[in-house]
Design a protein. Structure first.
Lengths: 446, 78
């Protein structure tokens, strides 16, 4: 949710607890430090309360998510109620511009809110300051999220002055500075007496989905001829690239998807361009018992997987609540360890253990990365599971490469970060699935 | 700008008391120093010292001490 909503929620709380203070707010200085998602429980702390200012902070457990500094005028400001502007009077959805192209962006904006929304969501604040006040602050969110930078924006800071004066329902915005090397845009919004200086960061777009062209010529043409490759979680990222590389090398491929049906169909269509037999199938790794039935429903020859690739994953880079975030670890471990083990057990029960298995691990186990602590811990546990599989099922060949950071939709970053190409990262490990097992010849001692 | 002013800049952007910061302060020991703050730190440094940092220099600023070294190499008086 946008930080402005959090700021309004904090102002509503102040309006209830200290209405005389809320009535005197003339300036709001906000720093949105971390995202908050709907349904999360946020705590408001009053850090400083002086005659002319308040300093507030919002916390998610032990994690500060927002800091607010409020300047208080000498006298209360009477509430102002904005006339309803016409929604949709001007286009608000910004084109997907590069940061460079935003440098000269300017336009109109308005303080429109749905009828009754201000009164319903922030009743005490709206009674004290009026719907124009709520609408003016909501306009900041509208500008950042829908006009400039648009849907890839991260609202970082806002310094809003003139809140004690006459607010207008219509106003303007203009970009003051765009810094492409920082993915950062500074802009100004005015609505009557209100003047706001905003800063937003722009998340780079995710890399495009892999295409047949990416895989063509990168694999021996027949290394996987006659093999049935089950690519679990193959609709995007590494799984999608693996599916195309296997298809390019002659495998019959089944790509499973949980939420990305369209993406999976795209990968299958690309695989068919390579002349491969590729199908898709809905599957949630949390419900492995459905897998044999889903594979049995594949048209044509029976699909008995002799290559299994496990790519399901939660989002890897997410906000952390603690130095070791137990909930984050649990989410990773559920998929990489619990779901994985159950999927393999299900496949062995249905088809036997004579298959090759690839599940990616991480180079963060060799070179620890603080923000990947929980992810790496779960991957370490998964490696333990794999080592037990190999002992328990001697026919099963397991490949668990510790992959470096690979450029996928999971690793899009504000800071340009070195990342391997998915094809280069995966290719040798895919080939290892079918490479002859090396037998070491050793000269026996006399 | 005095050497202490660089620490003050980090304190302001990271929202951490300056007394808790040292040359060894880094993302590894400071939860507030995350990827979003990196961009704010770089923006504040660029504005304060009137220079521009490359991506490589940003990536090398893994502590306040390293940031100071990089800024000195670029001629900033910190």
């Amino acid at each position: 949710m946008h930080g402005v909503h959090l700021a309004l929620w904090a102002l509503e709380a102040i309006s209830v607890e200290r209405p005389a203070w809320a009535a005197r707010v003339t300036l709001l200085d906000a720093r949105f430090e971390r995202p908050v998602y709907p349904g999360e429980r946020v705590t408001l702390r009053m850090d400083t309360a002086a005659i002319d200012r308040l300093e507030l902070s919002l916390w998610l457990g032990s994690l500060r998510v927002t800091t607010l500094r409020l300047a208080l005028g000498a006298e209360p400001t009477p509430p102002t109620f904005a006339p309803s502007a016409t929604p949709g009077a001007r286009p608000v959805e910004a084109p997907d511009l590069a940061v460079e192209a935003m440098a000269t962006l300017r336009g109109e904006t308005d303080a429109w809110t749905p009828p009754g929304a201000a009164e319903t969501l922030f009743p005490t604040l709206t009674r004290l300051r009026g719907s124009a006040f709520v609408g003016a602050l909501c306009a900041l969110s509208r500008v950042v999220g829908m006009q400039c930078p648009g849907r890839r924006a991260l609202f970082s800071t806002a310094r809003v002055s003139g809140l004690g004066g006459p607010l207008a329902s219509e106003g303007a915005f203009a970009v003051r500075r765009a810094r492409p090397h920082l993915s950062m845009v500074d802009l100004e919004v005015t609505l009557g007496s209100m003047s706001a200086v905003l800063r937003a960061l722009v998340i780079p777009p995710p890399p495009p989905a892999p295409t047949a062209w990416v895989a063509q010529g990168r694999m021996p043409p027949d290394a996987f001829r006659g093999r049935n490759a089950l690519v679990l979680g193959g609709s995007r990222g590494l799984g999608a690239t693996a599916a195309l590389l296997l298809a390019a090398s002659g495998a019959r491929v089944c790509v499973t998807w949980r939420a990305g049906r369209d993406e999976a169909e795209h990968i299958a269509a690309e695989a068919r361009l390579l002349g491969a037999d590729c199908v898709t199938c809905a599957f949630d790794s949390a419900a492995p018992e459905a897998l044999p039935g889903a594979l049995a429903a594949i048209p044509g020859a029976p699909f008995v997987p002799d290559l299994v690739l496990f790519f399901p994953t939660p989002r890897i880079f997410t906000r952390r609540a603690d130095p070791f975030d137990a909930a984050r670890f649990a989410a990773f471990a559920q998929v990489y360890v619990v779901d994985f083990a159950r999927v393999i057990d299900t496949l062995v029960s249905a088809f036997g253990s004579d298959f090759a298995l690839l599940t990616p691990s991480t180079s963060a186990l060799d070179a620890p990365v603080p923000e990947l602590l929980e992810y790496a811990a779960a991957k370490a546990a998964a490696e333990q599971v794999v080592s037990q599989l190999e002992r328990r099922w001697p026919k099963m060949r397991c490949v668990t490469p510790r992959l470096p950071r690979v450029a996928t939709d999971q690793t899009v970053s504000l800071v340009e970060t070195e990342a391997a190409h998915a094809v280069d990262a995966l290719r040798p490990h895919l080939l290892a699935l079918v490479a002859p097992i090396a037998h070491t010849e050793r000269e026996l001692p006399p | 700008m005095s050497a202490d002013a660089l620490t003050a800049l980090f304190a302001e952007v990271l929202n951490v008391p300056a007394a808790e910061l040292s040359e060894d302060t880094s993302p590894d020991n400071t939860p507030a120093w995350d990827s979003l703050r990196v961009m704010e730190l770089v923006a504040a440094i660029e504005d304060t010292f009137d220079l521009q940092l490359s991506t490589a220099e940003m990536m090398q600023m893994r502590s306040i001490g390293l940031a100071r070294s990089i800024l000195r190499a670029k001629g900033a008086r910190v």
